[in-house]
Design a protein around this ligand. Structure first.
Ligand SMILES: [Zn+2]
Length: 133
């Protein structure tokens, strides 16, 4: 872990305390909908396209991934998506739950800023936008 960011990393962990509660809320919303409405914010739409992440990749993570952090109602989800035979890509998807829909705020491959994450991409360890020692 990076020394400079260790206090922030510790504070970030507070958002991991209620993940199982939110995972259940998410499952409940999914189960209650005949058709799950997934809405992208304009930001998400743009970023996701730039990053070549498909809607089905995002849905895969929402349906089968894990809630790893919740802060101010924003849930960070993690999962692997298949990109080719025997090839998987790690993906982070940030969502917010609405009464009837699920709003995608952003999605990205954590490997693009790998220094920010633990080796399994489940814990944030660095908070700077550039890699530092
Ligand atoms: Zn750092």
């Amino acid at each position: 872990m990076c020394d400079q960011c260790k206090d922030k990393a510790k504070a970030w962990l507070k958002g991991t305390r209620n993940v199982s509660f939110w995972q259940k809320q998410l499952q409940r919303l999914i189960a209650s909908q005949a058709f799950l409405q997934v809405v992208h914010t304009a930001h998400a739409e743009l970023r996701v396209r730039e990053r070549s992440i498909s809607d089905s990749d995002i849905l895969e993570v929402i349906l089968h991934g894990d809630v790893i952090h919740v802060w101010n109602g924003e849930m960070l989800m993690f999962g692997y998506v298949k990109t080719a035979p025997k090839t998987y890509r790690p993906l982070h998807v940030v969502i917010r739950l609405d009464a009837l829909s699920l709003i995608v705020i952003t999605a990205y491959d954590p490997r693009t800023q790998a220094w920010k994450w633990s080796q399994d991409y489940r814990r944030k360890v660095c908070f700077l936008n550039k890699k530092h020692s």
